[in-house]
Design a protein around this ligand. Sequence first.
Ligand SMILES: [Fe+2]
Length: 390
Amino acid sequence: MDKCTSFTVTPLERTPEQKFNFGACVTGVDLNTLSDEDIDRLKAAIWRHKVIVVKAQHSLDPKKQWDLVTRLDPNARDGHSHGNLTTFRAKGGLLAQGREVVGIPGAENVRLIGKGFQGENHFGVENHTIERGLSNDFHAVPPSMEEFEQGITRFQRWHMDAPLYGKDPAWFTTLRCITLPKGPDLTVEWADGSGQSMKTSPGKTAYFSTSQLYTLLSSEEQLLVDHSWVEYAPYPYKWIEKCKGNTTGLGLAEGGERLTDEEIGEYDPTAIKKYPMVWVNPLTGEKAFQVHGICARKLYLRSSKEEEPHVIDDVAEIRKFILGIQNRILKPEYILLAPVEEGDVAIWDNYGLFHSAIDYPISMGPRSMHQANISGSIGPRGLVPIPSVA
Ligand SMILES: [Fe+2]
């Protein structure tokens, strides 16, 4: 236990079967009234524990949630990492199709996400129903309606919160839980022939650590990913808006069609993002294999600074390479279903984790969450610079 003067950080307990190595609960703090010292301690706790669940924040003012976001990265200037709502709806592609996003009046960068009827007056949002919220529509082969109603579900889509075009990813995402659906546990199935599954209460968010994933690689593989980088597509979520996901929620199903440059429309070539495959945690120095495979248009592979990179631009080959690594950690023992209850605020390190929502039958009631993050003031740092000529 890591005792502080103003709050307590307690690492999550694990059962003997569980192998994930991250997560903590924070108690004894009011996010409405944080000192600068509290902010520094919270920030360190997030970088160190990857996801923290700040308990019992029932009276949090939405404006204070945004204050918290900006104070955790005080040099960030760019607003919500996915841009304003107009841009997001026009160019958000897969993300904008998949869910309806509404800003909280008076704190528009705090976004109401979830599923179902949000009440007559939800923090000033009146009679709003999230129709296209959380759903298994992303999957090429979703569970049947009958299975779903009986409690069989999937990880929706494993990802980090990152536009991967123009703005840099948020360091942290804050997700306040207002209302959770109620009902018996669901079964999350991999449905990929592996027979893997795990139980969860409805409305949870799942996480795995991409730092822990890095430790599962051989030393040759580590050398390769340490020196390699990824080029993401312009408006990457629009690029893949016709694609569907694997049943595990990780990666795109084989054979999906990408939009052509003409279909994407005008874009700024200087806004295209190239990021190292390995992102270094600024506090702990841990290395994370942080690659958003579904948005990757080119891989540049090399095992040393001197080597000419081998370029892969075939999406089937890119998919094979990335999933060949990421699938190693997509196992129940490495996945944390964060113990978030109504009133809690989860805050996670978006540079060292992947996360996924999990759909549930609407008969279990609405889900209301307030999500906010800010485009990082400094983007991801790798181990070696990406050559500017490539
Ligand atoms: Fe997310």
